[in-house]
Design a protein around this ligand. Structure first.
Ligand code: SF4
Length: 378
């Protein structure tokens, strides 16, 4: 079991909060796609013997690609890997790119899951984020996708935007629930350094939402979506039964994946690779038969820490048996004491072999995980 991630590094506009790798200059789109095709061929042995269970086309904005380019990429994967007949194939899309024609093409290409970047329906906030679509466009697009047979749709939301109130987030939730998607990703906005928001923050022009409001928003999102029947299966992810994102769930279970394209990451179970985040240099290297990637061999401790970090964010929690089986690892007496303290503070429950964060604990997930981390210094 394995996955493939395709990173499409182009966007129409630069959203003010985004630090993913992308370019708004789309002149060399064809060269990049051809280099990605070449990279797929060069790395056909990266996941030896593994059936591909999930393909995730992210970015950037994959829905900007010409259908013929998408087809070229998916056909090349088919020719070079064993793709399972039940493969989950997700395409990230922005509302302003989807049309009747594009949806029909995506369906014909085997794309069976859409992830639509809505973020908010509030027009003022959409402008503040520098999104390229309106709230009403998002609603229309969702309905169009539904009427064209897409029955597995994720909607992305962001909360904690400066100036956003509890009422505004509630309005977004009502709107999303009225559409009834199978999956909702709701992310708390983080201000990243190398973004417009990061720059405004440095200059004192932007004030992140207060910690208490951020916590109240998180709880409200969780309460309303779970009350509506969604499973809060990961800190930022909610799904109807049977519609968990298989691709992302596999990341959290340390399933190997191959990342193709500039800025994409790969994991083969032992090391991580990060492709260069530069479209021009990526094309130049791949055309010479070289994968421009840095490789980080992960120590046993690194892999245990990654598992602690990701598993604590899920509703099935950290499985101590997984750590014993895969790493022959047992928590030290000091770590066990820490876990008992969190239990008595109501931050965590212990269910058989699993440590599961409570509603309160989820607010501190990253901090608690960091407290359990093993020392990775040589
Ligand atoms: S959030 Fe999405 S659409 Fe906006 S710049 Fe980032 S990758 Fe592009």
């Amino acid at each position: 079991m394995a996955g493939i991630y395709l990173h499409i590094p182009f966007c129409r506009k630069a959203c003010h909060y985004c630090d993913f790798h992308f370019s708004t200059n789309r002149q060399n789109e064809s060269e990049v796609v051809h280099a990605m095709v070449r990279e797929i061929e060069l790395r056909r042995n990266y996941l030896p013997g593994e059936a591909i269970e999930t393909i995730y086309i992210g970015g950037g904005t994959p829905s900007l690609l010409k259908p013929s380019h998408l087809e070229f990429l998916l056909n090349t994967i088919d020719k070079n890997f064993i793709v399972s007949s039940s493969c989950e194939i997700t395409l990230e899309a922005n509302p302003d790119d989807l049309s009747e024609d594009s949806l029909l093409t995506f369906r014909d290409l085997g794309i069976n899951r859409l992830s639509i970047g809505i973020q908010t329906f509030n027009e003022d906030l959409l402008r503040y984020l520098n999104r390229s679509h309106s709230g009403s466009q998002a609603v229309d697009t969702f309905r169009l996708a539904r009427s064209h047979g897409f029955n597995n749709i994720n909607l992305d939301l962001i909360f904690g935007i400066p100036g956003q109130t509890l009422q505004m987030v509630d309005d977004d939730l009502q709107q999303v629930l009225s559409l009834n998607p199978e999956h909702i990703s709701a992310y708390a906005l983080t201000i990243e350094e190398r973004t417009v928001f990061g720059n405004w923050f440095k200059k004192g022009k932007l004030q992140p939402v207060a910690e208490e409001l951020g916590a109240a928003l998180f709880q409200m999102v969780s309460d309303k979506l779970t009350a509506a029947g969604y499973r809060h299966y990961e800190i930022s992810n909610y799904a109807r039964p049977g519609f968990l994102s298989r691709h992302n769930s596999n990341y959290w279970k340390q399933v190997p994946y191959l990342g193709i394209g500039p800025g994409a990451h790969s994991f083969d179970g032992i090391s991580r690779q990060a492709n260069i985040s530069n479209n021009h240099l990526y094309v130049k290297n791949v055309n010479q038969g070289v994968i421009p990637a840095t490789v980080e061999k992960l120590s046993r401790e690194n892999r245990i820490n990654e598992y602690i970090m990701t598993s604590l964010r899920t509703d099935t929690g950290l499985d101590t048996k997984f750590l014993q089986k895969n790493y022959d690892f047992h928590f030290s007496p000091a770590q066990q004491q820490l876990i008992r303290n969190w239990q008595s503070l109501g931050l965590l429950t212990v269910d058989d072999s699993r440590l599961i964060l409570t509603r309160q604990g989820k607010l501190l997930a990253d901090r608690l995980a960091a407290d359990l981390f093993l020392d990775t210094r040589e």
